[in-house]
Ligand binder design. Structure first.
Ligand code: SAM
Length: 360
């Protein structure tokens, strides 16, 4: 069945039948040199590197209360392996590296990795996404090792709700972590807020006020079908457009796009510090301009958050293959990147891995 096939899908009780996903077959061959480009002409220059699948939080929209079956240590890329792969990506034009997880700060000796990555190129944009819980002790060593800035995930400014959403009573500790990041110069600090219908959809204006007070940039993310418990429903997605309107009616906004981020960003019209952004992955996917790539903790290369296939870089790395071989695999995978994820199509198929296993 093709995506254009109009044949009605037969109804089955209890289960929604879905057509199998088709692999995308691009025309032509990837270039042998130059930047990483896909068959639609998009240049990929942003790499998210997951350093662990483990997390010390259990956010309801991401992970089950009991956690997941963690990868054995032997399957996780070593710092040396990560450094080698990142060096190769940088030689292929990647300019921005985001360290993520799981929760990256639970990986032992993280500043050591940051120093290795900083050593690749002083001009590299090097940031990290974290839940902030361990930033009180790690912000300074990470900044000293060469980290530029952090994005801290925070879904509620109400302590009890924060605890419900993360399944950890850690609001105060996260606020302390944000202050430590600020003091260490890991700024501008961005805040990732996943907005979920019926849970925290009443908080965007409070987050905007928080942004104006602290100068932190808040990014509202639409809830995506990447939760391990598969309880995502379209009805729980809060469209970003409404969030912008709600904030604008209290604190007038001015578009402030830098053309680099997938977020649509806004500053406050009255010149207050901070600003907001929305990442509308569900209601207004930004696939046309997507420049992102991902490396999972176990060394699988993904060209889309929702990709159904991965390219194994760990096996060739550990088999001692030369960089040329890895480059060929990377160029081929980028070339095969599909035009866009299919969340809003009948044939959408969730990836087998959830967000914390991919590296958000
Ligand atoms: N532990 C780190 C953190 O908290 O930022 C990094 C990994 S976490 C998986 C990365 C981001 O993915 C977080 O901002 C988190 O809120 C977001 N996320 C996780 N599951 C999501 C989902 N189902 N929909 C939208 N965002 C999600």
């Amino acid at each position: 069945m093709t995506s254009n096939d109009r044949t009605p899908i037969p109804l089955q009780l209890g289960r929604t039948p879905r057509p199998a996903a088709r692999p995308f077959e691009p025309v032509g061959e990837p270039p042998r040199e130059g930047r990483l480009v896909d068959s639609f002409g998009r240049v990929a220059d942003d790499l998210r590197v997951s350093v662990t699948d483990r997390c010390n939080f259990r956010c309801t929209y991401c992970m089950p209360a009991d956690g997941l079956e963690w990868l054995p240590k032997s399957q996780i890329l070593t710092f040396e392996e990560i450094e080698r792969v990142v060096r190769l990506f940088v030689s292929l034009g990647v300019r921005s590296i985001k360290i993520t997880g799981g929760e990256p700060t639970v990986r032992a000796d993280l500043p050591e990795l940051v120093a290795k990555l900083r050593g690749i190129d002083p001009a590299l944009e090097l940031s990290m996404t974290t839940n902030g819980y361990l930033l009180d002790r790690l912000a300074k060593p990470l900044a000293e090792a060469g980290l530029d800035r952090v994005t801290v995930s925070c879904d509620s400014l109400q302590r009890h709700r924060f605890a419900e959403m993360t399944r950890r009573d850690a609001f105060d500790q996260v606020m302390t972590g944000m202050r430590a990041a600020h003091d260490a110069g890991l700024s501008p600090i961005k805040i990732n807020t996943v907005v979920i219908g019926g849970i925290n959809e009443d908080e965007p204006v409070a987050f905007a006020a928080f942004s104006r007070e602290t100068g932190h940039q808040v990014r509202f993310i639409e809830y995506m079908p990447l939760d391990a418990e598969q309880s995502w429903e379209r009805a729980k997605v809060v469209p970003s457009g409404g969030i912008v309107q709600a904030i604008d009616s209290v604190y007038p906004l001015v578009p402030d796009g830098d053309g680099v981020e997938p977020a649509s960003t806004y500053r406050f019209a009255d010149g207050a510090p901070g600003g907001i952004g929305v990442i509308s992955s569900v209601t207004e996917p930004f696939c046309d301009t997507c420049n992102r790539l991902r490396l999972t903790a176990e060394g699988q290369f993904r060209v889309c958050l929702f990709a159904l296939d991965e390219t194994d870089l760990r096996a060739p790395l550990r088999a001692g293959e030369p960089d040329d071989e890895l480059e060929c695999l990377i160029r081929g995978a980028v070339w095969r990147k599909w035009s866009g994820h299919r969340i809003n199509h009948l044939d959408f198929v969730r990836p087998a891995k959830s967000m914390s296993m991919i590296g958000g």
